[in-house]
Design a protein around this ligand. Structure first.
Ligand SMILES: Cc1ncc(COP(=O)(O)O)c(C=O)c1O
Length: 426
């Protein structure tokens, strides 16, 4: 049986239909390589994970060296050096006074922990999240995910969750006139959500500073300017979910920095260790200390090999100024993407920050009917041309460009050419 047949017979994945017919044997830089040696250009980084490039030598060597020393001890029963060092580094590189981290294994696990911490700190138990949001596939994280297509079949979900409108200007529920107005109305709507959709016992507002799975939604700055005082007034903790937007992806170490946000809790995963499983929630000291001994633990959380890899990864990001690289490459490729044209489909909007970029395709400029099938067709055609694009958006009509941040300008130019070629072939 070959790998594809074994997947079909033995792997339980609801994504089977979506699994690309590409067997990845090795990877290097921005390329995946299959067993026959064919190279594919990776524009999705294993869902926004491998920010420092596939096979990054510094990360790999750090992990190998740690493997020879200590693989596991349960980092919550005994102290280990890489986890302590990483906690210190995270306190330094995150915005505001975020200081104490808890390490876990996946984004969902970090968000579950962050929600629990917010409850413990505030003594309240409700949550507000955004429409179009995505926070994971565990029960609590699906409960705060604002997208029915991700939630189907998994309910009933936890009570005490309300949703506020996402500041998604292209599909603004408040009209298209002015992005600033969208931002203001969406933030002010939070007051109404608190008053009419909760019992005013809201522990936390959970927000992706740049929204990923919802289709790369970049809130206008006015959104957070209006929102933060509302949260302060109601003593609601902000959980910034930087699982996807963190670690240089948007042109800053964390997307929160674009808005001057200083959340009380921040969640981290994906890009933290360049592919080794690791996640964290980090909090300001007063909030973090509301956990009492014995409250929270994760057997594999803070694995020393993952932490050693994360330390090398962050050192690489800082030395290579990966955030600046992402900002510059992102600006350049977005400018080029804005020249895309098609007579079969409308390029509704090109948006993003750094190398977190979405191309929203619609059937009609006025109605904005999502062109999901066309998006899937373009992705398929690009794959035939050995270019692997991401796909997402609440309506499945956003092509996503989230490559390793080490990608070259000429590789990005090639991507624009291939997308144009695919648009022409629709
Ligand atoms: C913003 C955000 N939060 C949480 C998650 C869940 O992370 P994981 O798949 O590691 O549980 C994701 C995954 O895509 C995400 O994009």
């Amino acid at each position: 049986m070959n790998t594809e047949e074994k997947y079909k017979k033995y792997v339980n994945t609801s994504f089977l239909k979506a699994v690309e017919p590409v067997v990845v044997e090795r990877a290097s830089g921005s390329k995946y390589i299959d067993p026959s040696g064919t190279e594919y250009l990776d524009l999705f980084s294993g869902i926004s994970v491998v920010n420092s490039g596939h096979g990054n030598r510094e990360v790999v060597e750090a992990a190998k060296a740690q493997l020879d020393k200590l693989l596991h001890c349960c980092s919550y029963i005994y102290y280990n050096m890489p986890m302590a060092d990483l906690a210190e580094v995270i306190a330094r590189i995150t915005p505001g006074d975020l200081q104490k981290s808890f390490f876990a294994n996946s984004g969902a696990e970090a968000i579950e922990g962050a929600m629990r911490l917010a409850k413990q700190y505030t003594g309240k138990f409700e949550f507000i999240s955004l429409t179009h949001s995505f926070h994971g596939r565990s029960l609590a994280t699906l409960s705060v995910t604002g997208n029915a297509s991700r939630k189907k079949g998994g309910g009933p979900y936890i009570p005490g969750v309300a949703f506020a409108p996402a500041p998604y200007h292209y599909r603004s529920p408040f009209g298209q006139k002015d992005a600033k107005m969208t931002a203001k109305f969406c933030a002010l709507a939070v007051e109404d959500v608190i008053r009419f959709h909760t019992s005013n016992r809201v522990a936390a507002f959970i927000v992706e500073p740049v929204m990923g799975e919802g289709g790369i939604i970049v809130p206008p700055p006015e959104y957070f300017e209006e929102l933060v005082p509302i949260l302060e007034k109601h003593e609601i903790v902000m959980i910034a979910d930087e699982v996807q937007s963190g670690f240089c992806r948007t042109g800053k170490m964390f997307a929160s920095e674009h808005y001057g946000l200083e959340p009380e809790i921040m969640t981290l995963a994906k890009g933290i260790a360049n592919g080794l499983p690791l996640s964290a929630f980090t909090a300001v000291e007063e909030v973090a200390d509301s956990f009492t001994p014995g409250d929270h633990l994760s057997t594999f959380g803070g694995n020393p090999v993952s932490c050693a890899a994360a330390l090398a990864n962050i050192a690489f990001m800082e030395r290579e100024k990966l955030a600046d690289q992402a900002a510059r490459k992102g600006e350049r490729v977005m400018e080029n993407l804005r020249t895309l044209s098609s007579n079969k489909v409308t390029v509704g909007e090109i948006r993003g920050k750094g190398l977190m970029i979405g191309i929203e395709l619609v059937k009609d400029e006025q109605t904005k009917e999502p062109a999901a099938q066309e998006c899937a067709a373009i992705r398929r055609m690009a794959l035939e041309r050995k270019v692997l694009l991401g796909l997402g958006g609440s309506f499945g009509n956003v092509l996503r460009i989230q490559p390793p941040l080490t990608i070259t300008d000429s590789e990005l130019d090639h991507v624009v050419e291939i997308i144009q070629e695919c648009l022409n072939s629709l």
